[in-house]
Design a protein around this ligand. Sequence first.
Ligand SMILES: [Cu+2]
Length: 100
Amino acid sequence: MKALFLAAFGLVLAIGPAAADAVVTQKSRAFRPTDVTVNRGEAVTFTNDDSYIHQIYVDGLFDSDEKAPGENLNETFPRSGTFQVRCHIHPTMRMTVHVR
Ligand SMILES: [Cu+2]
């Protein structure tokens, strides 16, 4: 039992945030966290951990495809500033990415 738990924990670490500089989850029609900070040129991974299709967009920066539950999106933030990230399917979903 203990070995199984350790194996599962190791798996989570192996597939965790290594690929991205920040990870944001879409769950219960909300972004979590609602605020992240990355350096210019770094990427944020958005994970759809919901039972609904989501997408993300930032005015003037990107407008993603729709993603099914369980899918990820990686978006790079090429310039410094404060960016409002939203989902066009659920207008109340919003979060902020600060890029230094
Ligand atoms: Cu959505």
